[in-house]
Design a protein around this ligand. Structure first.
Ligand code: GRF
Length: 192
C-alpha cells in the first residue's frame, strides 16, 4: 500500500478530490492530511472522509523535525500540496526529493513566485488581459513554484471574465487533473 500525505491551508476542495480518487483502492491511500490553519475547511472534509488530520504551526514546521518524522513514521511516499500557503522547509524537501507535488493556478513560469497565490494570481492574469489561464502541476523544491513541471492544462478566458470567474474556470481544471496526475506519479513510483 503506497501512502500519500496532503498539506492544505484552505477550503481543501483539491484535497477532497484527491482523497476520493483513492477511496476503495487497495494499492494507494491518503493516510494523513496536514494543515497550518486550525480553521481550514479541509479539516471538516477530512473528518467526513475519515482521514486523520494534523494541525501544526510555523514553529513545529520550521523549527523542529517533527513533521518529517511523522511522515516517515507513517510510511508516506508522496507529499501533495493542495492549496498549501507556506514555503516547504528544507528538511521536508530533503526527506522527499522529487516526492513533493504542488498545483499552481496559472501557467508557470508566468504568474508564479512569492506572493502569487489564490486571487492574486487571477487578478494579475485579468489585469494583463490574458486570453488563457490554466494550471501547472510541478515538483516542489526550495523556491516557490520553481520545481520541474509535470503537467499543464489551459482554459480560454472571455474578455469580461472577472478574477473570480477565472478562478472558477481554473478550479475546474484542478479538480479534473490533479487527482489523476497524483495517481500517475504515485503508481509510477518504483518500489522503494
Ligand atoms: C487552488 O486554487 C489551488 O490552485 C491553490 O489553492 C487553491 C486551493 O483550493 N493552490 P482548495 O483549498 O483546494 O479548494
Amino acid at each position: 500500500m503506497k501512502r500519500i500525505a496532503i498539506f492544505a491551508s484552505g477550503s481543501g476542495s483539491n484535497a477532497e478530490q484527491i482523497c476520493r480518487r483513492f477511496l476503495g483502492r487497495t494499492d494507494v491511500q491518503v493516510s494523513l492530511i496536514l494543515t497550518n490553519n486550525p480553521s481550514a475547511g479541509v479539516i471538516q472534509r477530512a473528518r467526513e472522509l475519515h482521514i486523520p488530520v494534523v494541525v501544526f504551526d510555523r514553529k513545529l514546521l520550521y523549527e523542529t523535525g517533527r513533521i518529517v518524522e511523522l511522515l516517515l513514521n507513517e510510511g508516506v511516499e508522496l507529499v501533495v500540496l493542495a492549496g498549501f500557503m507556506m514555503l516547504v522547509p528544507p528538511n521536508l524537501i530533503n526527506a522527499f526529493p522529487d516526492r513533493i507535488l504542488n498545483i499552481h493556478p496559472a501557467l508557470l513560469p508566468s504568474y508564479g513566485g512569492k506572493g502569487m497565490y489564490g486571487s492574486h494570481v487571477h487578478e494579475a492574469v485579468v489585469a494583463a488581459g490574458e486570453k488563457q489561464s490554466g494550471i501547472t502541476i510541478h515538483y516542489v523544491n526550495e523556491e516557490y513554484d520553481k520545481g520541474q513541471f509535470i503537467f499543464q492544462a489551459s482554459v480560454d478566458l472571455s474578455p469580461g471574465d472577472t478574477p473570480e470567474e477565472v478562478a472558477q474556470k481554473v478550479l475546474v481544471l484542478e479538480h479534473e487533473h490533479y487527482p489523476r496526475v497524483v495517481d500517475e506519479v504515485i503508481t509510477g513510483l518504483s518500489d522503494i
